[in-house]
Ligand binder design. Structure first.
Ligand code: HEC
Ligand code: HEC
Length: 170
């Protein structure tokens, strides 16, 4: 069955779902099944080969959703669970390409740095660490984003913050 692009919200849900964290280590998976032909780290492959369109990961050359692409790529023979694990992993990698690069990096550092330095999560909202601003509301009038782009950026920041928490960095 063809699976449509996985919305980021589902990826986020998958990351936090207990069943998900059970077996698959995306780092090991990448090393085992991808690094033989690609860059040693998933983040390098992502920067080179993937871009964000709205909230979806797209392969640069083919312009194909990563999800669909990985279902039949070079006989990697990934299971749906493995594809999900890789998708979640790739989604957490701040892409230098795409929306954020186009609209934000003229004034800001990388998204991960911005998130690390200036953003925190409070009661399921992202707020400015020092400003106390509700960032979603703030972005309605900042950075010239349409509503869909705004949602994509907020979700990206949410992943960044999650990711930083998981890696145990302040
Ligand atoms: C046997 C070698 C091989 C393995 C293993 C492999 N790839 Fe690839 N991959 C390639 C080659 C060659 C290309 C460029 C040509 C193409 O697009 O098929 C590529 C292209 C890609 C692209 C870019 C496609 C585009 O349209 O821009 C992505 C993303 C990708 N691979 C991800 C992965 C991931 C993730 C894994 C591990 C699950 C993996 N690859 C495993 C050889 C491999
Ligand atoms: C023209 C320069 C410029 C661009 C482009 C820009 N920003 Fe900003 N941004 C700023 C400045 C300056 C501030 C601090 C404003 C303030 O505190 O009143 C800021 C503040 C922020 C904050 C709030 C941090 C806090 O602690 O409250 C966030 C989040 C943010 N920007 C995200 C973005 C995103 C996402 C984009 C791209 C869509 C973007 N910015 C584009 C200049 C820019």
């Amino acid at each position: 069955m063809f699976r449509a692009i996985v919305p980021v919200s589902m990826i986020i849900a998958a990351i936090s779902a207990p069943a998900f964290s059970q077996g698959i280590d995306p780092h090991a998976l990448y090393e085992d099944r991808c690094a033989g032909c690609h860059a040693p780290h998933a983040s390098e492959l992502a920067t080179e080969k993937l871009e964000l369109r709205g909230a979806d990961l797209i392969t640069k050359d083919r312009g194909q959703p990563l999800d669909a692409f990985l279902q039949s790529h070079r006989r990697t023979g990934l299971s749906p669970e493995e594809i999900d694990a890789l998708l979640a992993h790739f989604s957490a990698i701040p892409l230098s390409g795409g929306l954020y690069r186009d609209k934000c990096t003229t004034c800001h550092e990388r998204a991960r740095e911005l998130a690390r330095l200036f953003l925190v999560e409070r009661e399921n909202r992202i707020v400015g660490r020092y400003s106390g601003r509700d960032i979603e509301a703030f972005l309605a009038g900042h950075g010239r984003l349409d509503p869909e782009e705004k949602r994509a950026i907020v979700e990206m920041f949410a992943r960044q913050i999650d990711n930083l928490k998981q890696s145990g960095k302040p």
